[in-house]
Write a protein that binds this ligand. Structure first.
Ligand code: A3P
Length: 292
């Protein structure tokens, strides 16, 4: 164990939630056997994970689209690294859909060797930070840091869930030629959800009718997801999420960082992130009105 506090512990360079996973389990994931049909959704926390989990579930499950099946997203697209309910992941019916915040280096070997498929969703890190800041109030499992400056320093130092944003995205991007991976951004999903859904279907080789695509797009809208208990996390127990402190489906927009970060904080953020970010090929969009 590298470091540990009341909320997070760091193991092999990555921060995990206390009591949700053990180092032994993390180590065991390297040998978790990957099938060609497996689909992994990978994100840095607060980058649109539940949004994409919902999209994947809607694409794969007709019963979700037409409302005949009522299943939690966490059961449809469960976390590979947080198997709290001890589900038999090995024998889940194919295609097995998984979510993960893991950095590339902790992933199963099979995935690194090109088996399975990965969808990596990235979001501009200032909005990620702001979303994380608000979420840390709602989440009982994360340290609540009232002072934005303090949480920003933790974020810039990688002392948050998911560790350092730059390491996460760089680590995954560096392996793009060795695996089946689709990169999407939160911002492109926000600007044109239908095109993003089509991209995902294309990547996964899923053929949906126009009508079915319409349905996925409609049910994955912020408005619909905010009022659906399967997609707004309101079924979570109060010892995990405290909704008196805020909502999980908060604003769902691009550029909210401008409402909270001061000019000095923005400059400080850029001084740490800008150089490495400029080397990434993603066109991050920093304002809802910006062109992509
Ligand atoms: P905000 O806090 O900025 O509103 P994650 O699932 O990775 O934790 O990400 C949560 C963020 O995604 C939250 O951002 C949440 O509102 C946003 N989100 C979830 N569903 C969305 C949707 N359908 N459209 C836009 N944003 C969505």
């Amino acid at each position: 164990m590298e470091t540990s506090d009341k909320y997070l512990f760091k193991y092999r360079g990555c921060c995990f939630i206390q009591n949700m996973v053990t180092p032994e389990y993390i180590d065991s994931l390297e040998d978790f056997e990957i099938k060609d049909s497996d689909v992994f959704l990978v994100t840095f926390p607060k980058s649109g994970t539940i949004w994409t989990q919902n999209i994947l579930s809607l694409i794969y499950h007709e019963g979700h689209r037409n409302g005949t099946e009522d299943m939690e997203l966490a059961d449809r697209v469960p976390w590979i690294e947080y198997n709290i309910q001890n589900v038999d992941y090995v024998n889940r019916p194919s295609p097995r859909l998984f979510s993960s915040h893991l950095p590339y280096h902790l992933m199963p070997k099979g995935l690194k060797n090109g088996r399975g498929k990965v969808i990596y969703v990235a979001r501009n890190p200032k909005d990620v930070l702001v979303s994380y800041y608000h979420f840390s109030k709602v989440s009982v499992l994360l340290e609540e840091v009232e002072d934005f400056d303090a949480i920003m320093e933790k974020f810039l130092a990688g002392r948050v869930l998911g560790s350092l944003w730059l390491d996460h995205i760089e680590g995954w991007y560096a392996q793009r030629d060795n695996m089946n991976i689709l990169f999407l951004t939160y911002e492109e999903m926000k600007k044109d959800l239908r095109s993003s859904v089509l991209k995902v279907c294309d990547f996964l080789g899923k053929r949906l009718t126009e009508e079915e695509i319409d349905d996925v797009v409609d049910k994955a809208s912020f408005g619909k997801m905010s009022v659906d208990r399967r997609t707004n996390y309101t079924t979570m127990p109060p010892d995990v999420l405290d909704f008196s402190k805020g909502r999980f489906m908060r604003k769902g927009t691009v550029g909210d960082w401008k409402n909270i970060m001061t000019v000095a904080q923005n400059e400080r953020f850029d001084s740490v992130f800008k150089e490495r970010m400029e080397k990434l090929p993603f066109k991050f969009c920093w304002d809802i009105n910006d062109e992509l």
